[in-house]
Design a protein around this ligand. Structure first.
Ligand code: GRF
Length: 198
């Protein structure tokens, strides 16, 4: 299967996918890594692994509709089967969702439907979990629909919130689980044991 991975930051979820493909756990090839942030380290990780990269952001595509059109063109040109949002902090346009309905997955660092949607991304999630005194948090993979973090859930994994946890310690514990979840999700999507949500 042919994958496109979209990143905005460090790309540790992308790295987990690269490693799982290299180890043979996932039978797929990452054809393309795209970021809306020119400095995203995820682009460096892709380049280090010989994967084609594209920056599509406000500097080279200031108009968001033109940017969406370019994204759709790239995905089609590379005959992408599945799109993986791995720490991607931009909302896909409806035409992209429609073109890939049921074949776009996202990883989110909370137990959806808790702590998700507008504003709940990255460390904001863990800050809110700690502020509310939750005893547990976790990660979720889901299909992407036109809402924010609202598509059909694929897998979810819990992690405990421990006494004395900080945003750093909690986010690190959740990120470890994200890496396991994103690999399991993409593996099972590519093997057909998780059905696309069409
Ligand atoms: C992390 O906050 C992670 O929880 C979320 O995106 C952020 C960066 O992930 N999925 P990555 O290291 O860029 O994959």
């Amino acid at each position: 299967k042919r994958l496109a991975v979209l990143v905005s930051g460090g790309g540790s979820n992308l790295q987990a996918l690269i490693d799982a493909i290299q180890s043979g756990e996932i039978s797929a090839k990452i054809e393309l890594v795209i970021s809306n942030r020119e400095q995203a380290y995820g682009l460096t990780r892709a380049a280090q692994n010989g994967i084609a990269t594209h920056y599509l952001g406000i500097k080279n595509y200031p108009d968001s509709n033109a940017r969406a059109e370019k994204l759709n063109t790239l995905l089609a040109a590379h005959q992408i089967d599945y799109v993986v949002l791995a720490g991607y902090l931009s909302i896909l346009k409806p035409e992209t969702i429609r073109q890939y309905e049921g074949r776009i997955v996202n990883i989110h660092p909370s137990l959806i439907p808790k702590y998700c949607g507008e504003g709940f991304y990255g460390h904001h999630v863990h800050e809110a979990v700690l502020a509310n005194g939750e005893s547990e948090s976790g990660a979720t993979t889901h299909f992407v629909d036109e809402g924010v973090d609202t598509g059909k859930i694929i897998y979810q994994e819990r992690v405990p919130v421990l006494k004395g946890d900080t945003v750093e310690t909690l986010s690190a514990r959740v990120l470890t689980v994200e890496h396991q979840l994103i690999v399991r999700t993409v593996r099972d999507l590519c093997s057909g044991s998780v059905k696309t949500s069409e």
